[in-house]
Design a binder for this molecule. Structure first.
Ligand code: PLP
Length: 410
């Protein structure tokens, strides 16, 4: 049933109709950012044209309307990831800022010299560098979970990394390079058995699978709007209320206060305590529109269809007449396909594919420690969204075959 809808859905994304170098545009860089359906773009346009006024504390009509739209957007996010209260949804600039917020506030509140934080070899820089900054400031140690040959976390090593000084676990839910879907519930249960809270980086998970933060019992969950068909510059930190309540503020300014005097400032309640300054109240409503769009298509239908695309693409690449290496062969994988063709630099592959109208990403994908573990400089990464088609994957594999021929001829 879903296949018959795909062309209808594609029409919702005007950019997919364009051509590049007179070739049909094949966009396979969805893990970097997704394209936007017209309802999202229209929401931004309509927001600025019809509902634009600074939110909170305004008595006039538009300010109240904009405030209500922003808070409704928060409730939409809450519903989408099944959080208990809207107060547990903090709007940030994206997954990166959300992780920085947790790293900074958690360290302020709970970390002392000699404490330990567990990360893994497959983390994006966004889930490494904020912890390194705190490690340098507070002399805490980072403990790293290794991966196996298939690109899965080694669970026995993970279990062994816990010590009486472990204070937090921060792991990718889904790897942006390997596509590995980590066993979130098991990882969280293990950490909780040591009374250690868990942050999951859901940047690559939320667009592709049903997320229920309550069911996961995760303590912190972060993701970005732009990777799930929403606008850039906005994202989410979900945090359990008891943690967020225990955190000091992240930034100071307007919005995050209940009252200010030079003698004493009282901070606002959740979620506003963490939202200093004018928030992206137009972005939040467009973000919520994107989530509603995904709900309409159906996240389970998206997951099933993308799995088919991934299986199809993997088989196609394996069948190429070329020495190809695929990185990430986890038994539970999301719609990311990283590979190298022996003897062809990933940048060359990427540039030649570009000339054929195909957008893929090349390089280290902000995961240099993982590249070091894999013993490579970078990969070519094709990443899929529910608007991609088998025809586009055929175009990728045919173009790759052409790339291989060009290099063999040289
Ligand atoms: N974490 C992962 C796994 C990612 O793939 C990305 C972006 O590629 C991020 C975090 C950072 O997201 P953003 O740049 O939207 O903050």
């Amino acid at each position: 049933m879903y296949h018959s809808n795909i062309q209808t859905h594609r029409k919702d994304f005007p950019i997919l109709q364009r051509s590049i170098y007179d070739k049909p545009f094949v966009y396979l860089d969805n893990a970097a950012t997704t394209q936007k359906p017209d309802v999202v773009v229209e929401k931004i346009r309509n927001g600025y044209y019809s509902v634009n006024a600074n939110i909170h504390r305004g008595v006039h009509f538009l300010s109240r309307a904009a405030t209500e739209a922003h808070e409704e957007a928060r409730r939409t996010v809450q519903r989408f990831i099944h959080a208990r209260t809207p107060g547990e949804i903090i709007f940030t600039r994206g997954a990166t800022e959300a992780i920085n917020l947790v790293a900074s506030c958690f360290a302020d509140a709970f970390l002392e010299e000699g404490d330990e934080v567990i990360l893994s070899e497959m983390e994006h820089h966004a889930n490494i560098v904020p912890w390194q900054i705190q490690a340098a400031r507070r002399k805490i140690a980072l403990r790293i979970v290794p991966i196996n040959d298939k690109g899965e976390l080694c669970l026995d090593d993970y279990r062994r990394l816990f010590s009486p000084r472990t204070r937090l676990v921060a792991l990718a839910h889904v790897s942006n390079v390997l596509g590995t879907v980590n066993p979130a519930e098991e990882l969280i249960a293990i950490a909780h058995s040591h009374d250690v809270p868990v942050l999951l980086d859901g940047a690559q998970a939320v667009p592709h699978m049903h997320i229920d933060v309550e069911q996961l019992d995760v303590d912190f969950y972060v993701f970005s709007s732009h990777k799930i068909y929403g606008p850039t510059g906005i994202g989410v930190l979900y945090g359990k209320e008891r943690w967020l309540d225990a955190f000091p503020p992240y930034q100071g300014g307007g919005e995050m206060i209940a009252s200010v005097s030079f003698e004493k400032t009282v901070f606002n309640e959740l979620p506003f305590k963490f939202e200093a300054g004018t928030p992206d109240y137009i972005g939040s409503t467009a973000f919520a529109e994107a989530l509603r769009y995904v709900e309409k298509v159906g996240i389970d239908a998206i997951a099933a269809y993308e799995q088919e695309l991934l299986d199809y693409a993997t088989a196609k690449l394996r069948a190429l007449d070329a020495p190809i290496r695929i990185f990430g062969e986890a038994s539970h994988k999301s719609a990311v396909l990283s590979f190298l063709i022996d003897g062809i630099h990933p940048y060359d592959t990427g540039m030649l594919l570009d000339r054929l109208g195909i957008a893929v990403r090349t390089g280290h994908h902000c995961a240099q420690p993982l590249m070091k573990v894999l013993g490579i400089e970078g990969t070519v990464r094709a990443s899929f969204a529910f608007y991609n088609t088998r025809d586009e994957i055929d175009a990728l594999s045919n173009s790759l075959q052409q790339v291989v021929k060009m290099f063999v001829r040289k």
